[in-house]
Design a protein around this ligand. Structure first.
Ligand code: KIV
Length: 275
């Protein structure tokens, strides 16, 4: 079944969990789509897991559009959501609408995601008014890493927890169709999920959210720079890849690959005339 903002809301209403994974290319997105995930997020985490930066700050609109095109081509049923990168929406409402539009027109995404609460509510409203669905993102918002002073759990004090709840309400009011809650205490994420009518998608926010998202390289053991506490490994693809790369090198070096069945043939007469 084709997923959309409508099916997201229906899932929350029916208390069915929503599944989302990140992807950055056609082949991976196609596998996820075939496996039946509800949404594929072209996360600006691509700055770290694809481009090898330390954070998401340097990711550009061109990076996001490029990867979103591939993901969109791989998804028949999953909703494709593309992240708005740092400073593509914080600068003005106009920039926000133009850049969100580019992610749909050029990147072929079905929705966009942006970070922040009340401070970006005007941008969310304007993007939604342009008929572009918006997913919010609260808690540990990686584009604010320099302001937070590191990757830390958010919303632990009474003041911070109250602000998170108010931000979630402001995003709902502005028209967001769902909100990612990242690195938020479990009980607070559950409370926010109960208090708002749009779905919450958790990453490091416990089982009380309406859905979950993980970065696929983390859940497959393909990214070893660091592994947050909230990641569960559902496969050891990184080890399998290393084994396959080593086996390939061995066979090339000992000349057992390519074998006869991997080669194209030509009449001996034709070759003989060229010697
Ligand atoms: O960029 C990303 O991958 C994300 C997820 C971690 C939610 O925003």
């Amino acid at each position: 079944m084709k997923n959309s903002v409508v099916t997201f809301q229906e899932a929350k209403n029916k208390k069915e969990k929503i599944t989302m994974l990140t992807a950055y290319d056609y082949s991976t997105a196609k596998l996820m789509d075939e496996a039946g995930v509800n949404a594929v997020l072209v996360g600006d985490s691509l700055g770290m897991v694809i481009l090898g930066y330390e954070d998401t700050i340097s990711v550009t609109m061109e990076d996001m559009i490029h990867h979103s095109k591939g993901v969109a081509n791989g998804c028949k049923n999953a909703l494709v959501i593309a992240d708005m990168p740092f400073l593509s929406y914080q600068t003005s409402v106009y920039d926000a609408v133009v850049n969100a539009g580019r992610l749909l027109k050029e990147g072929r995404a079905g929705a966009v995601k942006l970070e922040g609460g009340r401070e970006v509510a005007e941008q969310v409203k304007a993007i939604v008014n342009a008929s572009i669905p918006v997913m919010g993102h609260l808690g540990l918002t990686p584009q604010s890493i320099n302001a937070f002073g590191g990757f830390k759990v958010q919303g632990k004090s009474e003041k911070a927890a109250k602000k998170l709840l108010e931000d979630a309400m402001a995003l709902e009011e502005a028209g967001a169709f769902a909100i990612v809650l990242e690195c938020v205490p479990e009980a607070l994420a559950r409370l926010i999920t109960d208090k708002i009518s749009i779905p919450t998608i958790g990453i490091g926010a416990g089982a009380g959210c309406d859905g979950q998202v993980l970065v696929y390289q983390d859940m497959l053991g393909m990214f070893s720079d660091f592994t947050p506490k909230f990641v569960k490994r559902f496969g050891n693809v990184g080890d399998e890849m290393k084994k396959a790369f080593a086996a390939y090198q061995k066979e090339v070096r000992e000349e057992s690959f390519p074998a006869k069945e991997h080669c194209y043939q030509i009449d001996d007469d034709v070759i003989a005339k060229l010697y």
